[in-house]
Design a protein around this ligand. Structure first.
Ligand code: 13P
Length: 255
């Protein structure tokens, strides 16, 4: 049985003071009892990571610390980039890679995602590898080809087993920040296809253990039906994770 993972990514929102307030409010609402049933990871902007880490550690909150991005190299002349070694040292457990915003706006390619997945795992953290189709691709009937192509590219060149700790987030691009959510049936279909693809690449055991999240306008009103699907193991939440009340509801309903 895979424990669900609800991940809140604040994208480029909340400075480190706001981050502390947000996590403190969340801590009143989602505590040890809920965290028995659901894993919760928080992905602040880099400038907030240390503050959030200190709060989680000091108050023993039980949330997993996350990052939104990292480079694949350990160190060197990469101005503005952040090393996976530094993130691991801060106690980061989950790192998002291949988010569609990074792919579209910052030129992150499948090859870069592939290197990041390997580097994140090599440093003892778990990648949350994002995949998803545009509206044009969906309407042209290319959803599976696009999404599974991204899964294969992200995991290409790996030894068949073990695949390592891995989360894949299916995020249809047309659903991100738009208020439109994939239907539970569509989310289930794609998450199942992703799991089958992992089985083909890395074997049945890897497919059984990989957690596949759905992301794209997840709200308290939609999360329960999505998570109830057999192959949807959690949610990657953007906008709704900025509001501790809403995000707490999502975590509870996702449990
Ligand atoms: P929204 O929940 O704001 O649609 O964002 C989803 C997302 O991109 C999470 O990575």
């Amino acid at each position: 049985m895979r424990k669900p993972l609800i991940s809140g990514t604040w994208k480029m929102n909340l400075n480190h003071f706001e981050a502390i307030q947000t996590v403190q409010k969340l801590a009143y609402l989602v505590g040890k009892d809920e965290l028995e049933l659901v894993d919760v990871s928080l992905h602040p902007p880099f400038t907030d990571v240390r503050s959030v880490q200190t709060l989680i550690d000091t108050d023993k909150l039980g949330y997993a610390l996350g990052a939104q991005h990292c480079h694949w190299e350990e160190k060197g002349a990469y101005t503005g980039e952040v090393s996976p070694v530094f993130l691991a040292k801060l106690g980061v457990q989950y790192v998002i890679c291949g988010h569609s915003e990074r792919r579209e706006l910052f030129g992150e390619t499948d090859e870069m995602v592939n290197k990041k997945v390997a580097a994140i795992q090599q440093h003892g953290m778990t990648p949350i590898m994002c995949v998803g189709e545009t509206l044009e691709e969906r309407e042209a009937g290319q959803t599976e080809a696009k999404v599974l192509g991204q899964v294969r590219a992200g995991l290409a060149g790996r030894k068949p087993e073990p695949i390592g700790a891995l989360v894949i987030a299916y995020e249809p691009i047309w659903a991100i920040g738009t208020g439109r959510t994939a239907t539970a049936d569509d989310a289930q279909q794609m998450c199942a296809a992703i799991r089958a693809c992992v089985a083909e690449l890395a074997g049945a055991e890897a497919a059984e253990s990989v957690r596949v999240q759905y992301g794209g306008s997840v709200k308290a009103g939609t999360v329960a039906e999505l998570i109830a699907q057999p192959d949807v193991d959690g949610a990657l939440v953007g906008g709704a994770s900025l509001d501790p009340d809403e995000f707490a509801k999502i975590c509870k309903l996702g449990a």
